[in-house]
Design a binder for this molecule. Structure first.
Ligand code: PLP
Length: 441
């Protein structure tokens, strides 16, 4: 039964007391929350009004194993009963954190074998910048402190992560950002090389990149791009950091996004899919070489740590999540279903004049909206937000990206998607485009 009184009560409380993350404040104040979700089951979310929607974004690119997994709640409950939390500062430790660090070493690319734990993606990226700068201090090169990132990148909202974020509106949100952050064109290794030359390699600590850019519009690098990045970083003695916060744990059809390119970064940041959102956890993996140097060169204390670094319950949840990903072959499923999703996009592209470029790597995809397919001309004001609203009315959650003149829909459904689920997703999208096209012409 729909409890309209309760919905009204919660709507008013939401408007008055809840400042939503990354939200249109005016719309929230006027309309209240569009969905108050109460339940998640597999690829579906259900709200208080009884609406059941396909979670086409895995919520925030993170619920990789899908919603409502009892196995995870059991593990969380058992771990909480035994030991929910104990400090990992100094030389204290706990079994789930130790076992998770060891498991990550098994699945991560190359010689990435040691993990620093955080509570999320932004903290992981800030940690990577600080570890990179600390590394160069230990090496007697304290001037190597600049961090280079890419246009259209998103690395989070803490001070360091915002500063590295290439999407300018996020940086413009505050009146100042941290110093020593620089940006290069997201597809061009030439631009990376020339910025390093211009700034002087002796001032550059690290280069950070998402293997596939997510929040910036799902941009997939060309085949040789990251191999060249690795070579440039080696040539100039610059650390290479990958931000696998979205692309980690199967999203792109390989365990980690960088696996598509066959190169190993010096540090790898992760979060989201490590627990599929069932607990707040992230981390930075460092290479064996880096770890060895830290061990040899450090004399004092590693003065960087979050209260929740190595949270026992969150680590236990992550271990179970990884077990599920492996047991159900979800990495392979993401690759296969990703192809299905891409083919679905391509069939819609033939049918709808408004669909321009479509792309996907695993279950991470994008559909561009254009006014004219031939010239790639865009509509005067982007239509993607309207498509997102219309899709939600028809039972599909999507996200729009309108930064930098883009008019793009992005997709990241759970890795448990079946062929039938993909068919439903594509058919809702089809209906949505039919309806929006009628309005647009
Ligand atoms: N890095 C990437 C690539 C992300 O997509 C995100 C969040 O979407 C972050 C970092 C920030 O993670 P968090 O929101 O957990 O701080």
């Amino acid at each position: 039964m729909i409890d309209t009184n309760k919905i009204e009560e919660l709507t008013e409380l939401d408007k008055k007391h809840f400042l939503h993350p990354t939200s249109p404040i005016g719309q929230q104040q006027k309309e209240g929350p569009s969905f108050i979700f109460t339940e998640g089951n597999g690829v579906f979310l259900t709200d208080m009004k009884g609406n059941k929607l396909i979670d086409g974004m895995s919520s925030l690119w993170n619920v990789n194993i899908g919603h409502g997994r009892e196995e995870i709640s059991e593990v969380a409950k058992e771990q909480m009963k035994k030991l929910a939390f104990s400090s990992c500062f100094a030389t204290f430790s706990n079994e789930p954190a130790i076992r998770l660090a060891a498991k990550l070493a098994e699945i991560a690319p190359g010689d990435l074998s040691t993990t620093f734990f955080t509570s999320g993606g932004s903290e992981s990226n800030d940690t990577a910048y600080k570890l990179a700068r600390h590394y160069w201090v230990l090496k007697g090169k304290p001037n190597k402190q600049k961090i280079i990132s890419r246009t259209k990148s998103y690395h989070g909202v803490s001070m360091g992560a915002t500063s590295a974020t290439g999407l300018k509106p996020f940086r413009d949100f505050t009146t100042s950002i941290a110093p020593d952050f620089h940006y290069v064109d997201h597809f061009s290794t030439k631009s990376l090389r020339s910025l390093i030359e211009q700034e002087g390699p002796e001032t550059v600590a690290a280069f950070i990149a998402e293997p596939v850019q997510g929040a910036g519009g799902v941009h997939i690098a060309s085949d040789g791009y990251f191999q060249e990045v690795r070579e440039i970083c080696d040539e100039y003695d610059i650390l290479f950091i990958t931000d696998e916060v979205i692309t980690g744990f199967g999203r792109t059809g390989t365990y980690f996004g960088i696996d598509h390119y066959g190169v190993t970064p010096d540090m790898m940041c992760f979060a989201k899919g490590v627990t599929s959102g069932y607990a707040q956890l992230g981390g930075v993996m460092i290479s064996e070489t880096l770890h060895k140097e830290f061990k040899e060169l450090s004399t004092g204390t590693l003065l960087h740590g979050y209260t929740y670094s190595g949270h026992a319950m969150a680590c236990a949840v992550a271990l179970k999540n990884i077990e599920i990903i492996e047991r159900e072959n979800l990495v392979e499923n993401a690759a296969v279903m990703g192809q299905e999703m891409l083919q679905g996009f391509q069939s819609l592209q033939e049918k709808h004049s408004m669909i321009g470029e479509v792309r996907a790597l695993g279950l991470m995809g994008a559909v561009e909206i254009v006014k004219d397919k031939q010239t790639n001309e865009r509509f005067e004001s982007p239509l993607a937000p309207q498509v997102v609203n219309e899709a939600a009315k028809r039972g599909l959650i999507l996200r729009s990206v309108v930064f930098d003149g883009q008019d793009t829909l992005v997709f990241a459904p759970p890795l448990i998607m079946t062929k039938e689920d993909i068919t439903s997703l594509i058919s809702i999208l089809d209906e949505t485009f039919t309806s929006v096209t009628k309005d647009a012409v």
